[in-house]
Design a protein around this ligand. Structure first.
Ligand code: HEM
Length: 135
């Protein structure tokens, strides 16, 4: 597995742990109230699991598994996938900080960064989506 996939999938697993914990807290709080702020964890829970876990796991797996090119660079324009990794994670962190603090504008910045990550990853992966083996 390429290094970038390892990095993406390990990072995704960290988000899985955090996201499930936040979801568990929100759920627990519905039965036994433990804090007035707990329901506010729902938004970070959604972002962390949808983008940090699900999307990042898909990106990491796709980077590894999609057909490679017969000639170097085998993985194509890797810098685009690396940029997607940085943009996605900066975006998630910015978005979550925005959801939890008075810096609400950060959520918008985070969403723009996440969208940029999607565009970068799509630009990277598109040329690799093709029949395999080459005919
Ligand atoms: C891949 C797994 C999961 C994903 C993608 C996911 C995603 C979401 C999303 C998008 C929301 C709505 C947030 C919002 O309205 O902004 C939500 C709500 C919620 N999630 Fe999850 N979730 C996942 C797993 C879990 C788990 C494992 C738990 C419990 C341990 C959990 C507990 C909750 C609770 C309690 C709510 C609030 C429901 C409500 O009050 O309407 N989620 N989740």
């Amino acid at each position: 597995m390429p290094r970038l996939s390892v990095l993406m999938i390990r990072t995704a697993l960290i988000y899985l742990g955090i996201g499930f914990t936040l979801g568990g807290l929100v759920l627990f709080n519905k039965g036994i109230p433990i804090g007035a702020d707990i329901p506010r964890l729902m938004l970070p829970h959604g972002d962390i699991l949808l983008f940090g876990w699900v999307m990042q796991l898909i990106m990491g797996t796709a980077f590894w598994i999609m057909p490679r090119f017969p000639m170097p660079p085998k993985y194509g324009r890797v810098w685009l996938a690396q940029a997607a990794f940085l943009l996605l994670n900066t975006g998630i962190i910015a978005s979550v900080i925005g959801q939890w603090s008075i810096l609400t504008g950060l959520t918008f910045v985070g969403r723009v960064l996440m969208l940029s990550a999607v565009l970068c990853f799509a630009a990277h992966i598109m040329p690799r989506v093709r029949p395999y083996p080459e005919t």
